[in-house]
Structure formats: C-alpha cells, structure tokens
Design a protein around this ligand. Structure first.
Ligand SMILES: Nc1ncnc2c1ncn2[C@@H]1O[C@H](COP(=O)(O)OP(=O)(O)OP(=O)(O)O)[C@@H](O)[C@H]1O
Length: 286
C-alpha cells in the first residue's frame, strides 16, 4: 500500500471505543488511489466502524484519518466519496426511478445514463417500489445510486453478502470495470475472503479491532511460504517469523531458505495466509 500523501484513504493510529468496547485500536494503513481493496475480518472485527469513521458518520477517539487529502467531518460526506452502508438504507416508498431522480437532484455531479444502465443490467423495473425489492436488488439500486455520483472513492460495506452467484458476478464485473475505466478507488468489506478475493488487488485484514495484515495481494503471496519438516524450523527461517504452526507445517513470513535438506517449502494461497492469521487472532482472544 502507498504512503499517506498519494493515498485515497489513510489512517494513522486510529482508535474507536463504544463504551467499554474498544472497536478499533491503533489502526494504520494507506489505500492507494485506483486500487481495489478488500477489508476482511470476522464478525465484529471492526470493518463497519472503520468505514463509518472514513465517511464521517462516527468520530475517532484518537489518530488521524485522511480521505482524498481531507479529514472526514460530520458536516457532510467528503466530495468524491460515495458510501454504501451494510443495510443499504433507501427510501422504501420511493420507486427506483424516483431514487435515481433524487440522486440527480442531490448531487452536482450525476451520471444519469450510467446509473440507469446499471439498473437495466440488474433487470430491475424502474417503476418498482424499493420496499418490493429483494435484498439483492436493493444492493443493486444502492450501488447505482453510489456509482451515478461518479465517485473517486467508493466504500462498500458487505456489498456482496446478499447477492446470488449470478448477481455477484455482475456486480464484481461492474466494480472492476469502473475501477479500470475511471480509476475509481474501491474499498469493499466482507467476512468471507472468497467473496472478495477475485476482485481485490489489496488486502486489509482486521482482527479484534487491529490491522493484522495489509498490502498488495501479490506481495503478501510473495512474502509468505509454507515450510514442512522434521523438527524446529528456527534455524532455517533466518529473520522470518512463524505466523502459525500446524503439526509440522509452518506458515512463515520472510525470505525462503536457500538450503532446506529435509524440509519442503510450498507456496500458500491467499486463503491459507488469511486463515492462519485469523486462527492466531482467535487463539489470542480465547
Ligand atoms: N454503535 C455501537 N455501539 C456499541 N458497540 C458497537 C457499535 N458499533 C459497533 N460496536 C461494536 O464494535 C465492534 C466492531 O463492530 P463492527 O460493526 O465495526 O464490526 P464488523 O467487522 O463490521 O462486523 P460484521 O461483519 O458483523 O458487520 C463489535 O464488537 C461491535 O459490537
């Protein structure tokens, strides 16, 4: 991930507490402009809290947040930022066409043709009332409303959770096309890695309110390896660190050993890496 200056969204040492519950602790990261970042973590890891802070719906207890070079504030969403909340709040008595008209009237920059085409792609009748839509269809309408603003940064809280596989594929294609053609920075959260692995080029793993892992997916794959062998691997891994061990197989972060006579090294996939980190978080919490 990039440095704060050229990033779309960055946090430094951000804390957020709800009463006695520490939802985020010292979160620091930078999200590069034009990237697609998956924020992954178990239920309650802090994903929605982090997004609400970025949008200005919540105020941090400490630390610094920058969105497109500005601090989020509660006076209104940062220009250039669009956000789709987890429960897709939309006026339920409005028709889809009225929602889009509302989008046009409440945004100075509004691409009606694009928003309308996204509704047509989802095969949603423009006259349908929001309250008659399925959760998946509401997601598509909320996404059209967000993308119609032609945002520079799009934050999506669990956007794929309620979609069937066909709708999911279509939404993923829309987001990837938008990022590729318009350079939109897309940040989407999920508690299921497989839901977002195909779309994301960057990963931010949250656990217990902390950033546990962050970076480009390709770099994270390069930096980790699986090492299986007869005994203690401490002498082999040099400056590397063991993330997790299962019987004789260790997930290691660091440079691969040059010589490893009785040892086997393998390339983990992203699932292996994320699962190992999530397991250590669970063990820590137990
Ligand atoms: N308004 C609130 N009041 C009290 N506690 C809250 C509030 N919002 C979040 N929390 C707590 O903060 C922690 C982080 O919650 P958050 O909703 O950010 O997690 P999440 O990763 O988005 O979870 P999920 O995947 O279930 O949506 C949880 O322990 C949650 O119970």
């Amino acid at each position: 991930m990039s440095g704060a200056a050229d990033s779309a969204l960055s946090m430094r040492g951000v804390d957020k507490r709800f009463g006695s519950k520490q939802a985020l602790r010292g979160c620091s990261f930078d999200i590069e402009r034009g990237s697609i970042t998956a924020i992954v973590g178990a239920n309650g890891a802090g994903k929605s809290t982090l997004m609400s802070l970025a949008v200005g719906l919540l105020e941090a207890d400490g630390g610094e947040i920058s969105v497109l070079g500005r601090s989020p504030d509660r006076d209104g969403i940062c220009p250039g930022l669009a956000y789709v909340a987890q429960h897709k709040p939309l006026y339920s008595s409005f028709s889809v066409a009225e929602i889009l008209r509302f989008g046009g009237k409440s945004n100075t920059q509004w691409d009606n043709a694009y928003a309308t085409s996204l509704i047509a792609d989802a095969q949603i009748p423009p006259g349908a009332r929001v309250k008659s839509l399925s959760p998946g269809q509401r997601t598509r309408v909320a996404l059209a409303l967000a993308l119609g603003r032609r945002p520079e940064v799009l934050l999506l809280d669990e956007p794929l959770a309620e979609l069937d596989p066909v709708a999911r594929r279509s939404v993923v294609r829309t987001l990837m096309t938008d990022a590729a053609e318009h350079g939109t920075t897309v940040v989407l959260s999920s508690h299921v890695l497989s839901e977002v692995a195909e779309i994301a080029d960057q990963l931010l793993l949250l656990g217990g309110g902390r950033v546990r892992l962050s970076g480009a997916v390709d770099d994270l794959l390069d930096e980790h390896y699986l090492l299986t062998g007869p005994d203690d691997p401490a002498g082999l891994i040099g400056a590397g660190a063991i993330v997790q061990s299962q019987q004789r197989t260790h997930l290691v972060r660091g440079d691969r050993p040059n010589r490893a006579d009785d040892w086997r090294t393998e390339q983990p996939n992203l699932d292996d890496i994320v699962l190992a980190y999530l397991t250590t978080i669970d063990e820590e919490a137990a």
